[in-house]
Design a protein around this ligand. Structure first.
Ligand SMILES: [Zn+2]
Length: 461
């Protein structure tokens, strides 16, 4: 693989990008002024038309593909048979901007202050995929053709949970045929360094619901007689995770594989100041088990979190009530190769055995996704990021969840994330922003990854 990295010269493309900064900002601002709030449907059709109109002159032959919800925008350009085809995924929808009065400048009037562009959707995700598209444009302007083949998939429902993505990807395998997927979304880490990520944890949300009598009761008249559903849940939860931090549901860890040597090395190399982190949280120790590295916890292990435990009385003073129902809201973060379906079945079996009267209610899930660092595409992507913005940290999987499994599991493709946004981008919050330089670094990275992927196969890789 190293022989394939004959570092393509990007000097002319980077100079072109530097010479077009104002024009690129102006065009990004036009895109940002267009609201595209998937939760309400506001501006969705116009925004899909707009971005398709940006893609058309680049020879990407964009199509606006209807779904049962908001449409997908799909483009493709095959310049170099025999070189890799990269599928660039992003989303053109944005979160609602509320609360409006918390914005310093209006959410759909992009404004630059202190080196940052402020606008709803600038980081999440318009600025990031627009940068990738401009990387294509700059390459075409300088070279007349792309060094590899490109597909672009822009979704209009990411901010409402991508409900149509699994079926869309299943039904459009041919349209989405590629060698790898690259997503630029979300922020880099707190340290601000460039990042190349290889996966995400999955997640299951569920609720445990216990019932006692048909009404709340007096704890003196009925305590010791009527069962207490809060105690039922406390005992049940106690059988699901022990004080050493182990989830004690049969088979919970069965599918969890060891980290490869490269993954272990990557996790160990991620910088963290544990003392500062604990100080910032006002805690004196991390969760059990104690012998796990900080990033190993977030990347390599599944979790079981009680999000909330509700029932009875929680107001001021006391109330001697014996509650008639109790709920526990829970989530589990899953790692490769656990599946939400299998883990949920194990939770149900556990609850049937230990507290048969308790209901387990499925509230949604996403499978985990992991691409091995050993992938042949790691080297060119790493080199591209290095050329555009400096050497990236390699993160085997981020702690949170994204529907990347549709690419890795449904399409069977390696999938990578190259986020461009600053860690404090305030996505989903008022005053969302993207540092101006990160936008331009994103354009350069977008151009560089095409060049490095193209160089890969031509050099015999
Ligand atoms: Zn978002």
């Amino acid at each position: 693989m190293t022989t394939a990295l004959n570092s393509p010269d990007l000097g002319d493309v980077f100079a072109y990008i530097d010479a077009h900064r104002q024009e690129y900002l102006d065009r990004l601002f036009v895109y940002l002024r267009q609201p595209s709030i998937s939760a309400h449907g506001l501006g969705i059709a116009e925004t899909a038309e707009h971005i398709a109109g940006v893609m058309a002159p680049l020879g990407l032959a964009p199509r606006i593909v209807p779904t049962a919800g908001w449409p997908m925008v799909l483009g493709t350009r095959d310049d170099r048979p025999g070189t890799p085809t990269v599928l660039l995924y992003g989303h053109y929808d944005v979160q609602p901007p509320d609360p409006l009065d918390a914005w310093v400048s209006p959410p759909f009037e992009p404004t630059i202050r202190d080196g940052r562009i402020y606008a709803r959707g600038v980081g999440d995700n318009k600025g990031q995929h627009f940068a990738q598209i401009l990387g294509i444009e700059a390459t075409l302007a300088c070279r007349g053709a792309l060094p590899c083949n490109v597909k672009v998939l822009l979704e209009g429902e990411e901010e409402i949970g991508s409900p149509r993505m699994p079926a869309f990807v299943r039904d459009h395998r041919a349209d989405l045929g590629a060698d790898l997927v690259v997503t630029s979304d979300g922020p880099v880490d707190e340290n601000g360094l460039p990042v190349l990520r290889f996966g995400v944890r999955g997640v299951i949300n569920f609720e445990l619901r216990a019932r006692g009598a048909n009404r709340d009761l007096h704890s003196g008249n009925w305590g010791g007689v009527a069962p207490n559903p809060l105690w039922t849940l406390v005992h049940l939860l106690g059988t699901m995770k022990n004080e050493h931090g182990d989830v004690t549901i049969d088979g919970f860890y069965d599918a969890v594989g060891p980290q490869t040597p490269l993954e272990q090395a990557a996790l160990a190399a991620l910088p963290v100041d544990l003392d500062a982190t604990m100080r910032s949280l006002d805690v004196t120790q991390l969760d059990a088990p104690a012998d796990r590295g900080f990033y190993e916890r977030l990347s390599a292990w599944p979790t079981f979190t009680i999000n909330g435990l509700h029932g009875g009385y929680g107001g001021p003073g006391s109330k001697t009530v014996l509650p008639h129902e109790a709920f526990a809201k829970c989530d589990m973060r899953l790692v490769e190769a656990q599946t939400a379906e299998d883990i949920f079945a194990r939770v149900e079996a556990h609850v049937r055995r230990h507290a048969p009267g308790v209901e387990v209610i499925w509230q949604g899930a996403m499978d985990p996704s992991r691409t091995p660092i050993e992938s042949p595409y790691t080297a060119p992507l790493r080199a591209a990021i290095t050329a555009a913005q400096g050497a990236p940290q390699l993160v085997p999987a981020m702690g949170g969840s994204l529907p990347d499994y549709v690419f890795t599991k449904t399409l069977g493709l390696p999938a990578f994330q190259i986020p461009y946004a600053n860690a404090d981008e305030a996505n989903h919050a008022p005053n969302e922003n993207l540092e101006v330089e990160r936008f331009f670094n994103g354009i350069k990275t977008g151009a560089a990854l095409l060049a490095h992927l193209g160089a890969m196969r031509r050099a015999g890789g």
